[in-house]
Design a binder for this molecule. Structure first.
Ligand SMILES: Nc1ncnc2c1ncn2[C@@H]1O[C@H](COP(=O)(O)OP(=O)(O)OP(=O)(O)O)[C@@H](O)[C@H]1O
Length: 219
């Protein structure tokens, strides 16, 4: 599902954020991506999202070299990827329902479909009863679950998370990880960038470790 073939990413500044990185994550697998600050985790995620392109090498997603995507096809490509951030980036001037509906509004789905999918996503994260609330009235853990509902509302084949448990206590972190597991179990490929060693060690999942842009281990 995600295949990096000898990928090097050098920014215009000359900074080499990734050096000759190769790996393969199969469809339906779930893995962690770890490494110190500046090791290249965000760069790797941005390459998958096609927010950046490799300087050298290929990023293959579902068998397609995404550097070859037409500019006009990039928004459509991104619809197949759900992204969860640490600071969940919710909009506090609209309801929980509207926050989750956002990606579907952008992709021009009809009202009926939006209602159905948004409620299914909220149900999945256990927050259907909060659909009319303003996210500001929810706890941090609940806000993170809203962010996850929004990431999966378009039924992505691939779910990327950048420090999704960054500001949560261990109990809530475990809850979020269990949600990711649920998505994995229905066939979604999940890649989670995290610094949280305790969390990583508590889960028996493959771990990719980056150090100064190099993939130093994957296992
Ligand atoms: N747009 C950019 N232009 C120039 N250099 C960049 C850019 N983005 C990242 N870098 C540099 O590339 C290296 C890798 O950064 P990256 O953000 O991928 O690391 P990270 O592992 O995600 O770090 P963190 O955990 O702190 O978010 C760093 O040295 C960073 O300063």
């Amino acid at each position: 599902m995600i295949k990096f073939e000898q990928v090097t990413k050098r920014y215009d500044s000359g900074q080499e954020a990734l050096s000759n990185v190769s790996f393969h994550i199969n469809r339906g697998d779930m893995a962690f991506l770890t490494g110190h600050s500046g090791a290249g985790k965000s760069t790797l995620l941005k390459l998958i999202m096609r927010m950046e392109t490799p300087t050298v090498g290929n990023v293959m997603i579902a068998g397609q070299n995404i550097a070859q995507l037409d500019r006009k096809d990039i928004p459509f490509y991104r619809r197949h990827i759900g992204v969860v951030f640490q600071n969940h980036q919710l909009l506090f001037d609209r309801s929980v329902f509207e926050n989750v509906a956002l990606p579907m509004r952008i992709s021009g789905s009809n009202e009926l479909e939006i209602g159905k999918r948004v409620r299914a996503a909220l149900d999945k994260v256990g927050l259907l009863h909060k659909e009319k609330s303003n996210p500001i009235a929810l706890s941090t853990g609940e806000q993170q679950r809203i962010g996850i509902a929004r990431a999966v509302v378009n039924k992505p084949a691939l779910l990327l998370a950048d420090e999704p448990t960054g500001n949560l206590d261990p109990e809530l972190s475990e809850e979020i990880m269990n949600l990711f597991r649920d998505f994995q179990q229905v066939g979604v490929t999940v890649l989670i960038a995290s610094h949280d060693h305790e969390l990583i060690q508590s889960m028996s999942l493959p771990v990719m470790t980056l150090a100064s842009g190099e993939l130093v281990s994957f296992g």
